[in-house]
Design a protein around this ligand. Structure first.
Ligand SMILES: [Zn+2]
Length: 399
């Protein structure tokens, strides 16, 4: 390990951390304006065209070299800015900006987009003092489709030494253990017939779907409490007097245990096939892929926690009721954390109208600015302390 004191004296880092905090404050209205614009214009996964364009614009204004689109996703962004102190780590600042269909920003990703941009603005302001490269990654489709896995496959995470972000919550906590999660698209295909004059000529795709929901409902009794399976019917026929020849559903399967998840997936596929067999229909099951559990990097978590503490914020401990995130996929590629900060009182459920409305309040605004500062300060520590980056990678490699 390199000698830290030989690499840098301690004092300048303290100054840089104060500088990024001041830079966030100076960009206050720009950051919050972005948060509110995105909140007022919710766009679902893969369709975040306006949000991505706004994010890219601000980054360009702050001297970033912006690729948008980046890789195969039209709404992905990679924006880079080299520090002026020579070679060093490449620190990733991530931001999501997708909303939930029919609900809007019920997960508060507008605050995450704005805080990620805020951190990037702050780091650009001290780029003259940093080695290495700031890499902002705008990551679409967190709510559905694992956009980050697609960006990983596109090579956009190659060479990144650490991945940082902030997610809004009703509590303050640094670590979380999200469930491995995957989307499953189900299509049952049958045969149309008149529902009164000759129904015996039909094969009922909706019946197959109802059997599948019944099977899943009974299965839940035997599932481990840390697993989830839930879905909606998207198409269930077109008229009551036609035997439906097509029924489609969107399911999600989740577990905190990778091996158990694979068992669940095999069982779910068998249930789909069983429902088809029982109704004389055929079934197609398409999985989104990329379900993984999360590895919280302790070296990064400790730094973020210390930066929080400097603002008087305690880590309330791991959230026992985690959902899922494609940040888990990133955690298998490089050292990663997924800290969450409160934008509302404890107990407000995520993915709800209450949480959506909380994401545009003055309290959420203050959290957004603080998150930008904490992410930027954690990045500053990584940029200026090679031993820290090395320790994060050593932990990563040790598994
Ligand atoms: Zn979210």
């Amino acid at each position: 390990m390199p000698d830290r004191t030989a690499v840098r004296p301690a004092e300048p880092q303290v100054d840089l951390k104060a500088s990024v905090a001041a830079a966030v404050e100076a960009a206050r209205s720009e950051i919050l304006d972005l948060s509110h614009r995105i909140h007022a214009n919710p766009e679902p996964a893969f369709e975040e065209h306006q949000a991505a364009t706004w994010v890219a614009e601000v980054l360009r204004d702050h001297g970033y070299h912006v690729e948008h689109p980046a890789g195969s996703l039209a709404t992905a962004i990679r924006a880079t800015r080299r520090g002026e102190r020579g070679e060093g780590p490449r620190i990733g600042i991530l931001a999501e900006y997708d909303a939930l269909p029919g609900l809007g920003h019920g997960c508060g990703h507008n605050t995450m987009a704005a805080s990620g941009v805020g951190a990037a603005i702050a780091l650009a302001a001290v780029a003259g003092e940093l080695p290495g490269e700031i890499v902002f990654l705008g990551t679409p489709a967190e709510e559905r489709g694992s956009g980050k896995q697609i960006m990983i496959d596109d090579g956009l995470f190659d060479g990144i030494d650490a991945a940082l972000l902030y997610h809004p919550c009703d509590r303050n906590h640094v670590e979380s253990h999200p469930l491995a999660s995957e989307d499953a698209d189900i299509v049952f295909t049958g045969l149309q017939a008149h529902a009164a004059s000759d129904p015996w000529k039909g094969r009922n795709a909706l019946d197959a779907m109802i059997l599948l929901f019944s099977s899943v409902g009974l299965w839940r009794q035997q599932l481990r409490p840390t697993s989830r399976v839930h879905g909606i019917i998207k198409e269930g026929g077109t008229a009551a007097n036609i035997i439906p020849d097509r029924a489609t559903a969107w399911f999600m399967l989740r577990s905190d245990d990778q091996a158990y998840y694979e068992e669940m997936k095999a069982r779910f596929t068998a249930m789909c096939e069983g429902a088809a067999l029982a109704t004389g229909t055929t079934v197609e099951v398409t999985y989104s892929g990329g379900a993984t559990t999360m590895r919280n990097n302790q070296v990064l978590a400790e730094r973020f926690r210390a930066n929080m503490a400097a603002y008087g914020i305690d880590d309330m401990g791991d959230d026992p009721f985690a959902g899922s995130t494609d940040m888990a996929n990133v955690s298998w590629v490089c050292p990663t954390i997924h800290p969450e900060l409160a934008i509302c009182d404890e107990g407000v459920p995520g993915h709800s109208i209450l949480f959506r409305d909380a994401a545009a309040t003055p309290r959420a605004d203050e959290t957004t600015l603080l998150a930008a500062t904490l992410v930027a300060q954690t990045a500053v520590e990584l940029f200026t302390d090679p031993a820290l980056v090395e320790a994060a990678w050593a932990e990563f490699r040790a598994g």
